[in-house]
Every structure is written in C-alpha cells, then in structure tokens.
Design a protein around this ligand. Structure first.
Ligand SMILES: N[C@@H](CCC(=O)N[C@@H](CS)C(=O)NCC(=O)O)C(=O)O
Length: 217
C-alpha cells in the first residue's frame, strides 16, 4: 500500500495513527512542496488534491474515515477501530463526524487564515470558528466524562480523528481550563504509542505551523 501524505498534516496523522495501531506496512509517498512528481501522482489519483490518499492494489481510497474503514475491513489487526457490533459502530462513526466537522474544520479555518495575505483574511469566519470550538469543547467535556477513549473503553476510529484534531485545536484556540475531561483525554491521546509516533515524526515540521507552534507537547 502507498499513502500519499504529509507527516505534519492533521488528517494524515488521523490515518497514520490507524496504520500504526495495527502495524500495517505501507510506503509513505511524502507530499513535500518541492516534489512535483509526488504532487502529479497525487493529483492524478484525486483531482481534489486533499490528503491523505491511500492506494491499495488497484484501489484508490480517499477520505480519512473511509480509509480507516477500508483498513479495518481489508487489513484487520488486533485493534478493531470499527466495533463489530453495529450499534457500537454507529456511536463511533458519530463521534468521528463530530471531531472532523466541529473540531478539525474550525481548527483548520483558524490555522489557514494565518497563511493568507492580510487583505484576504476572514476575521468574521475565524471568530465563528473560535465560537464553534468553544461549544465543541464544552459538549465533548460532558460526553466523554468517565470514559477512557471517545466512545468508551476501546480505542477506535473516533480516537484516530480526535487525536490530531484536539492536538492542533488546542494550539489554535486553547481548550478552556474548566474542561478537565478534554484536557485529560488529549493527554491520554498523546501517550497512545500510535499517535505519539505520529507526533514525533512531525516534530521537524513544527516551524511550518502558521500561528507559531507552542513550546510543549
Ligand atoms: N475530508 C477530508 C479532508 C482532508 C483534508 O482537508 N486534508 C488537508 C490536509 S490536513 C488537505 O489536503 N489540505 C490541502 C488543501 O486544502 O488543498 C478527509 O477526511 O480526508
């Protein structure tokens, strides 16, 4: 399998975490800005040019949640990221959508606004993103009370989504000090070997963080 990705990208880390959970072998096709060959391959596979993209045999698989579903189906390992029970799987998929739509998306809005030329910035959109993150943190703090992982005792797809989302969201818009469950969960994610590896591999790229990476994590 080949994964077209960049190690510093939050959505790429979501899939890398899933791959590392089950030690699934793959070749990383790193999408570095200077590598035009890799960029051309990526664009030919997926004209929308979003990363990561997984190529498994003759199949091109896009969208991180679907890539992780694909891995769980075709390359199952000891850690089942989608619960076998359909009802439990629904909760996991719902939380995966929560992290992508209400943590990752507003986090990216804030971060990407920092890359734009000053005249193209969108302060209203950024203020909306910050408000959405505050609401998401508040909801999450209640939802995960008493849980080890997002959906309960088992590490799942939802945690693969949560890990990079909360990692970067806290950098972009700090998680309020009153949300103790979210802080503890973020710390727990950082100690999970699969995600800790993804974070470590991305360390050299921290100077790329447009808002300035904090000196922690
Ligand atoms: N919904 C997509 C989102 C992927 C995505 O937005 N990836 C970012 C990197 S974190 C990207 O490719 N950005 C490049 C761009 O927006 O042109 C997924 O889950 O795979």
């Amino acid at each position: 399998m080949k994964l077209y990705a960049h190690l510093f990208s939050s959505y790429c880390q979501k899939v890398l975490t899933a791959l590392y959970e089950n030690a699934i072998p793959f070749e990383l096709r790193m999408l570095t800005p200077g590598d035009q060959q890799a960029a051309a391959e990526h664009a030919a596979l997926w004209p929308l040019k979003r990363m990561p993209v997984l190529v498994d045999g003759g199949r091109t698989v896009v969208e991180t949640s679907i890539i992780i579903e694909h891995l769980d189906l075709h390359h199952p390992g000891p850690v089942r990221l989608i619960p076998a029970d359909a009802r439990a799987a629904l909760v996991v998929r719902m939380l995966d959508r929560f992290f992508d739509n209400y943590v990752m998306t507003p986090m990216q809005k804030i971060v990407l606004d920092g890359i734009r030329a000053r005249e193209h910035r969108d302060p209203f959109g950024v203020a909306e993103a910050r408000a959405l993150l505050d609401t998401a943190y508040r909801w999450l703090d209640g939802a995960i009370a008493g849980r080890a992982w997002a959906a309960g005792d088992a590490f799942t797809l939802a945690d693969c989504a949560a890990a990079p989302a909360l990692f970067y969201a806290d950098w972009a818009h700090a998680i309020g000090p009153t949300y103790g469950n979210v802080h503890a969960y973020r710390r727990r994610l950082l100690t999970r070997p699969s995600f800790a590896r993804a974070v470590d591999e991305a360390r050299p790229y921290r100077p790329l963080f447009p808002l300035g990476a904090p000196d922690r994590d």
